[in-house]
Design a protein around this ligand. Structure first.
Ligand code: AVJ
Length: 325
């Protein structure tokens, strides 16, 4: 039996400067904004895990049900290598491996995530499997794919996982570039499994992104708290409120932080100072929602052919399995 081997990569050099540069660049844009990947520091990742357990945020449970129901078809015996982009706590990958059952050869797993604490948790979750080798990449999706893409053996058959509706964070042009980047790390007959949340009634969407317990509000506000912690910022957290909006025209939920009273903000380690007016917003995330045929066409125009699409009709979530052509 091959023992589990864990290779832990170090943090991307200069990642703190990247954060400072991005904070300066994005907060000075009009409208002010922040990249959503910075939501996931240690506390943010824990808050996100809590969101996934909220009754008002059914995405994770719906996706897990679909993964469990179709594990054998997704992780068929020919797959030798799995890469998951944004693996989070690793529960989905674990469910997939457990659901696919035994009687396979050794499996190489690569998990990419910007959150160190998420990678540590995923490593623990995946440790128990025999005949599995795990490599963790503390990287953005793009940098992780780049690192992964190079070393390919001829006998490899790859399965890429992009789950949790993470693709919803991209705007449509960025999404297409990204899908082509994924395609470029695959050979024909390799596969991609995409988990995407579907358009549903506005009332349900707003509850999912503005829950009555205030966990999503805390998740959003933690981004300012993180700037205070890591870049010596002086945001007054009680001067901001969480806002979730459904932008029907663009088919996306937007998260914003609304300034409740005029305040001067200083972020010395990002070399930044500015004034925010009452009512001014910082845009922190977009979560695009799709219809099933749109998912098929975005895949087919990015070098994939769809093999199967499974839909949870209660919570309106889709898993689409596509083959690189
Ligand atoms: C992990 C990016 C898919 O957009 O639904 C949850 C993050 N934001 N609640 C999403 C999130 C607010 C989530 N993604």
């Amino acid at each position: 039996m091959t023992p589990t081997l864990t290779t832990l990569h170090t943090t991307t050099p200069g990642s703190k400067c990247r954060f400072a540069d991005d904070v300066r660049d994005f907060l000075t844009q009009q409208p002010r904004q922040l990249p959503s990947r910075y939501l996931y520091d240690e506390l943010g990742s824990a808050l996100f895990e809590a969101i996934c357990r909220l009754p008002w945020y059914p995405l994770t449970r719906a996706e897990l049900r679909l993964l469990e129901a179709h594990a054998r078809e997704i992780l068929d015996a020919g797959v030798t290598t799995v890469i998951e982009l944004g693996a989070g706590s690793g529960v989905k990958l674990s469910a997939l491996i457990a659901g696919a059952g035994t009687g396979r050869g050794p499996l190489d797993l690569h998990i990419v995530d910007v959150s160190k604490s998420a990678l540590a948790e995923a490593s623990r979750a995946l440790e128990g499997f025999e005949n599995v080798r795990l490599v963790t990449h503390e990287r953005t999706y793009e940098a992780g794919l780049e690192e992964f893409g190079h070393a390919r053996s001829v006998t490899e058959r790859r399965l890429a996982l992009f789950l949790g509706s993470n693709i919803g964070n991209f705007d449509p042009p960025g999404r297409d570039v990204f899908l082509r980047t994924v395609r470029a790390t695959l050979n024909s007959r390799d596969a991609l499994l995409l988990g995407v949340d579907l358009v549903k009634p506005e009332r349900e969407l707003l509850l999912a992104y503005d829950d009555p317990l205030g966990v999503t509000a805390a998740f959003n506000l933690n981004l300012l708290a993180r700037i205070n912690r890591e870049l010596q910022g002086d945001f007054e957290l009680d001067g901001f409120t969480h806002r979730a909006l459904w932008n029907e025209k663009r088919s996306r939920i937007e998260m914003h932080l609304r300034c409740r009273r005029r305040q001067r903000i200083g972020i010395p380690d990002a070399d930044l100072g500015f004034v925010m007016a009452e009512g001014e917003m910082i845009w922190t995330e977009s979560s695009y929602k799709y219809d099933p045929p749109e998912i098929v066409s975005m895949l087919e125009s990015s070098g994939f052919s769809v093999r199967a699409q499974w839909i949870d009709s209660v919570d309106r979530f889709a898993l689409t399995l596509a083959e690189a052509v």
